[in-house]
Design a protein around this ligand. Structure first.
Ligand code: NOJ
Ligand code: CA
Length: 539
């Protein structure tokens, strides 16, 4: 009998599949569901508990799937619903979970609702589903307020009849009006549509921006968006109750993409979301003090550790090897948060690799769940030198390149060392992938790394398998800090397990009475070199 309290997600490791760039089975240079199916054994062997797929619904792909024109289908570029259903079965046969991406803040300008809103009158019910307003100034030529979109530029675009519509992201992504009942009921249906097809949960895209003040014109800055407002929580509870309606059959989950730590914790602590991403660790530089502060921040805020989703990378940020490999930072002209997510400067790849490997062990023993972005297990660096004419990220375009953009972490994965596609495109090797892979990508090929005992891929596999075998003994074990020098992060799970990360250059003498379960690099006897981490178990 199904036991509703399993909370399978509480310490799950979820692998994020950016489908366009994962594996291409039909030879058009774009990843697809069949490609993912062909690599499920790889993911099972890697040792993860489940998969989250970025949006693969029909979309004009302005923001690569985060601009949806039909929420209840699969984009033909990726496959179809039959293939999707087969994939769900295959994933479950392997005892893995599947999460989809729910995008409630905005759709595509090509969504039928938005198209009919454009054709309808100013005060029509069609326009009510979005956020249309008259402009300011004598002829309404200025936008209703001064809000900026997250990609830069104004958050308002003017329509042919002179009204403006709000978009917190690209102009091709109009924001829904979540005060509108049609919108609320529509998303109830969308959630059920995918839950009924068997998925195990949703990662929810920017859930904090869905509610805007009703009198937008009176609000001069976009700081009003993303505030912790009661209406938000009413909607979250509505979504949660849909999840609960499945509880007799299976346990489905909601994981919020919260960039605001306070809303993250309030939504998780009040059990509206099952879990919330805690991005504060991701934005920290390579510093023991910064890691201690960020980890403490989460543990103090969440009332239950299993609500925390830790991650060090995703499809929106520069890859870890590159972030941790920065030896000299450029003084960026962009917003500080963009500079933290996508920093620029001089990179030492070898240093970044060592640190990223150590960071993995630091991450995986934290209490809660962990998400791993595809390609991190290969130790891929960010591709920083894409020519301008192949770049696609709307954030890069709108900011005129002052934001380096997100294309460099979305390059199609190298599976083999064979150019031109490095095993990304099966069969037809002549086709160019949707973003070009650099020549050096072959060096990171997954199938070659499998054969190399010291590879980053094998570190991931060993760490995930070790975590799995230790999980039962330590899952209930409390986190506590150990005494350590400034450059060392030392934490315990119960009295039996410890994780030690050396953020400095000096060798550190490991605590006595423990055996090493796994190390991120070469360690001699009882000493931990710089930029290296270990898991220890009491002897
Ligand atoms: C967050 C997603 O992770 C990002 O890729 C997307 O561009 C924005 N939300 C808008 O949907
Ligand atoms: Ca394809």
């Amino acid at each position: 009998m199904y036991n509703a309290s399993t909370k399978w997600w509480r310490d799950a490791v979820i692998y994020q599949v950016y489908l366009r760039s994962f594996a291409d089975q039909n030879g058009d240079g774009i990843g697809d569901l069949a490609g993912l199916k062909s690599r499920l054994a790889y993911l099972k062997d890697l040792g993860v508990d489940g998969i989250w797929i970025n949006p693969c619904y029909p979309s004009p792909q302005v923001d690569h799937g985060y601009d949806i024109l039909n929420y209840e289908d699969i984009d033909t570029v990726y496959g179809d619903l039959d293939q999707f259903d087969g994939l769900v079965r295959d994933i479950h046969d392997l005892e893995l979970k599947l999460l989809m991406d729910l995008v409630p803040n905005h759709c595509s300008v090509e969504h039928p609702w938005f198209r009919s809103a454009l054709r309808s009158n100013r005060n029509s019910k069609e326009r009510e589903r979005f956020i249309f307003r008259d402009g300011r100034g004598p002829d309404g030529e200025q936008p209703p307020n001064d809000w900026r979109s997250a990609f830069g530029g104004p958050a308002w675009t003017r329509t042919l009849d002179g009204q403006w519509y709000l978009h917190m992201f690209d102009a091709a992504q109009p924001d829904f009006n979540w005060h509108n009942r049609n919108v609320q009921e529509f998303f109830d249906r969308v959630m059920r549509f995918w839950f009924d097809r068997g998925i195990d949960g949703f990662r929810v895209d920017v859930p904090t921006t869905i509610i805007k003040p009703i009198n937008l014109e009176q609000h001069e800055t976009s700081s009003m968006v993303g505030q912790d407002r009661p209406e938000l929580h009413a909607i979250y509870r509505r979504w949660r109750s849909i999840c609960e309606s499945y509880s007799l059959r299976r346990e489905v989950t909601l994981v919020g993409e919260f960039w605001d730590a306070d809303i993250a914790t309030s939504s998780a602590n009040s059990r509206e979301f099952h879990q919330a991403f805690y991005f504060d660790l991701l934005v920290q530089p390579w510093s023991a003090a910064a890691w201690r502060r960020a980890i403490d921040g989460a543990l103090n805020k969440f009332d239950d550790e299993s609500r925390i989703v830790w991650t060090l990378a995703n499809h929106d940020v520069h890859r870890q090897v590159t972030r941790y490999g920065i030896v000299r930072r450029n003084s960026d002209s962009c917003h500080p948060i963009i500079a933290a997510l996508r920093p620029r400067g001089q990179i030492n790849v070898e240093q970044g690799e060592r640190r990223a490997r150590a960071a993995l062990l630091g991450l995986l023993m934290l209490p809660g769940a962990q998400y791993i972005y595809q390609g991190e297990e290969l130790g891929l660096p960010e591709v920083l030198d894409l020519p301008d004419d192949v770049r696609q990220d709307p954030g890069w375009k709108i900011s005129d390149g002052s934001d380096p953009g997100r294309d460099g972490c979305r390059i199609p994965l190298p599976w083999s060392s064979e150019p031109p596609s490095f095993g990304f495109t099966c069969g037809c090797e002549e086709v160019a992938s949707w973003l070009p892979q650099p020549e050096w990508f072959g060096k990171y090929a997954a199938y070659d790394q499998i054969k190399d005992a010291g590879s980053t891929l094998n570190l991931y596999r060993s760490a995930l398998h070790a975590r799995r075998s230790l999980r039962d003994p330590y899952r209930e074990e409390k986190f506590s800090w150990g005494e350590s020098p400034e450059d060392i992060v030392l934490y315990y799970r119960g009295s039996e397990f410890a994780c030690v990360i050396n953020f400095g250059d000096e060798v550190y003498s490991l605590p006595v009475g423990y055996r090493t379960v796994i190390a991120s690099g070469h360690i001699s006897s009882d000493e931990l070199p710089g930029s290296t981490a270990v898991w220890l178990q009491r002897e």
